[in-house]
Design a protein around this ligand. Sequence first.
Ligand code: PMP
Length: 396
Amino acid sequence: MSKVLNAFLTENLKELREQGLYNEINPLEGPNGAEITIGGKQLINLSSNNYLGLATDESLKELAKDAIDKYGVGAGAVRTINGTLDLHVLLEEKLAQFKGTEAAISFQSGFNCNMAAISAVMNKKDAILSDELNHASIIDGCRLSGAKVIRVNHQDMDDLRAKAKEATESGLYEKVMYITDGVFSMDGNIANLPDVVKIAKEFDLITYVDDAHGSGVTGKGKGTVKHFGLEKEIDFQMGTLSKAIGVVGGYVAGTQELIDWLKVRSRPFLFSTAVTPGDVAATIGALQIIMDSTELHDKLWENGDYLKAGLQKLGFDIGASETPITPCIIGEEKLSQQFSKRLMEEGVYAKAIVFPTVAKGKGRVRNMPTASHTKEMLDEALSVYEKVGKELGIIS
Ligand code: PMP
């Protein structure tokens, strides 16, 4: 190995481990459901994004198997050569219907969707106003575009207005975009989209909402833009198919012209192989389930409210959560890791989230209840939280 690489890796890994910032990975020995098995041990799972339990839905597994039988396991090419199956077209029609837009484009993941879509429209002559707590894929997409990135204080509409005024009146930029998560994944709070739209109208901002954690969860399942009734106002409704939808992939829903442009300018659409037939078929089925009934959505919120109330009663700091995503904010990284480790020993899997995923000193254990949890599981989890929380002096 190169000496310089060896020194770089040894030094940096040591530092991360010493600071409690090195995340160990625990492989699951079965499905990522309400309960999981790790190292032969069954645990109550409060760490998945499988909000509606669709990742393990029996009818979706059947759809995936049937599609594999009909089309094979791979799409065989990138979308623009001959990797577009009729299933991909059907998926994009469903996504447009789901989001209330003229059209949609799908990608292999939410991460590459953000990289692709932002950089397909924005360039070095432009500016992007970006909420400071936006997801890493937004940050990387903004960087890739070459546009000037202007960080906006988290959910601070006065700051957004001031920076939008300055950027648009400076005459320095051709286009100015505002980009935000719909639901912030580390705190579970919802973006103030009505005010965003007002400011965007005043300054002709392009609006981009990444609703990875909102789709299937807010707006009776249809997402945060729908929650506020702003389908005609937000330019880019971006989302992932890997969380509440339960499978894998990302998408943008918007006007026909926007989607036409993304289909010729998004590099992963042009240069990376299309999503597999089994995944696409399962995704179409999942969207249909969400559009047909709010049963799973209602159960998710019932469980979320129950867990949240229980954690608050025990004295945990749950921050600004407005959705089923409920953090227990602890602060110190090592204590957050220790808390998570002890929870696991006691039968609950809730992962510690530390820097760089959240700011330094804002370590937490994040709880993600789903529609598949039973009240008994949540009660058991709460009693473990009480025991471990008291033992580590996090609650009294
Ligand atoms: N955006 C947000 C807000 C996310 O939380 C995530 C997933 N962590 C992504 C995008 C990326 O989605 P995917 O996992 O489908 O790549």
